[in-house]
Design a protein around this ligand. Structure first.
Ligand code: NAP
Length: 307
């Protein structure tokens, strides 16, 4: 039987990816929307998740597509109501709240899925397999995009808990924590804060893995012109480059065949499998690196940001 699922927060990602992927999948039936400002034609609509959970539409699962600061209360309410929960990335605004949710889901016997869409980019699994058989010398990440193009008017991203440039940067971290063979940790970093914002607009980060391999990451929201979402892994057998957010893979200068983009289909297939298996998947590793950067990085003040 199809999972009856509702979406909470009908913003950009919900409209671009969740709605089309859910409605195209036989594993799901989209049954309701909770949004303060938007709805879908002929679809039951509620102002917020509490009204939806108190309503009369039968729901098995919810996909939480709000900004991270709003995620915990909604997830908690859904779990207490016995619903399976799909968390957009990042899974919350703090590590502690996500860990509390994982425990709550376990206690209530529902599935909690902390989704990391970039791990489903089409080059990622091949990259992971190739890297596993080589000796890594260094890793370089350039994740640079124009915030005015990709996040226009998103005030939440500049507020505490909104992550700033780590909102896209955490996608790189989700790939790195998936494909690199050993744990890595921050040595030092510099975070640039616009003088009128609570979150960083750029970050330069130096990590090292357990074997001493250097990993350097540059995240920047001020990139105009060509946009860059690249991970370069230098090995004893040539360089591997994951570009365009993980969808394009080049090994030793040779472009590899990759499947068409299907990140959110991969996420929803995984969520359906977790529900069927009575399991959860809550990996906080990418969020932990963001917390470490805000904890360990030096801060510099830069010019104010105006959208
Ligand atoms: P968005 O366009 O600003 O939409 C967020 C929606 O959440 C809003 O439309 C709002 O909708 C709802 N919401 C509920 N509580 C809110 C609050 N306290 N403050 C602001 N909005 C609130 O953001 P988005 O780009 O869709 O991103 C949402 C989440 O998805 C973020 O965690 C982001 O990292 C993740 N994500 C985004 C993208 C992307 O390309 N944009 C890609 C992957 C993941 P209502 O009026 O419907 O209540």
């Amino acid at each position: 039987m199809a999972v009856r699922i509702a979406i909470v927060g009908l913003g950009k990602i919900a409209q671009d990816q969740h709605v089309p992927v859910i409605t195209a999948s036989p594993a799901y039936e989209l049954v309701a929307i909770a949004s303060r400002s938007a709805g879908l034609p002929d679809m039951p609509h509620y102002h917020d998740i509490d009204a939806m959970l108190a309503g009369d539409v039968a729901i098995d699962a919810v996909a939480l597509c709000q900004p991270p600061q709003a995620r915990y209360d909604a997830a908690r309410a859904a779990i207490l109501a016995g619903k399976h929960v799909f968390l957009e990335k990042p899974p919350g605004a703090t590590l502690s709240e996500v860990e509390a949710l994982a425990e709550l889901a376990r206690a209530h016997g529902v599935t909690l899925f902390a989704s990391w869409h970039s791990r489903y980019a089409s080059g990622v699994e091949t990259a992971k397999g190739w890297i596993a058989e080589r000796a890594i010398r260094s890793v370089t990440i350039d994740w640079k995009e124009d915030v005015r193009v990709w996040h226009p008017g998103q005030k939440w991203i500049w507020e505490a808990g909104g992550l700033g440039v780590f909102d896209p940067g955490i996608n790189a971290l989700s790939i790195m924590t998936h494909i690199l063979p050993r744990p890595f940790f921050l040595l030092d970093g510099t975070l640039s804060f616009p003088s009128n914002c609570q979150a960083a607009i750029a970050a330069d980060l130096s990590f090292r893995d357990e074997a001493g391999v250097p990993i350097n990451a540059a995240f920047d929201f001020r990139q105009t012109g060509p946009q860059t979402w690249d991970i370069r892994v230098d090995t004893d057998d040539g360089e591997l480059v994951l570009s365009k957010g993980g969808s394009v893979l080049t090994i030793a200068g040779v472009l590899q065949d990759t499947a068409p983009e299907a990140e959110y289909r991969g996420l929803y297939d995984r969520f359906a499998t977790l529900i069927a298996d009575g399991a959860s998947d809550v990996d906080v590793a990418p969020l932990r690196h963001v917390a470490d950067a805000y904890l360990r990085g030096a801060r510099v003040m830069v010019e104010p940001f105006e959208d």
